[in-house]
Ligand binder design. Structure first.
Ligand code: FES
Length: 75
């Protein structure tokens, strides 16, 4: 899979915490999605961590789906 970069509107922004247990931001989740993670279980290892409580999984799912829609719209 080809590496992608974050959309310009997300570059240089600190981001919002999505996963409190692992201190992952929405930008890190989006970057993982751009790198090929298609579900939360793939985001954690892509970010060098593992699922803890799992509370963030639904929000991650939304971010991954949103990123996939952006990619599809751009292609
Ligand atoms: S908030 Fe992400 S694993 Fe707990």
């Amino acid at each position: 899979m080809q590496a992608r970069t974050l959309p310009t509107e997300f570059r240089g922004c600190a981001g919002m915490y999505v996963c409190i247990c692992n201190r992952l931001t929405d930008q890190q989740v989006r970057a993982a999605a751009l790198s090929g993670a298609s579900r939360p279980a793939e985001v954690y290892p892509a970010c060098g961590c593992a699922a803890q409580c799992g509370t963030c999984a639904i929000t991650m799912r939304h971010l991954i789906d949103e990123q996939a829609s952006r990619i599809a719209a751009a292609e």
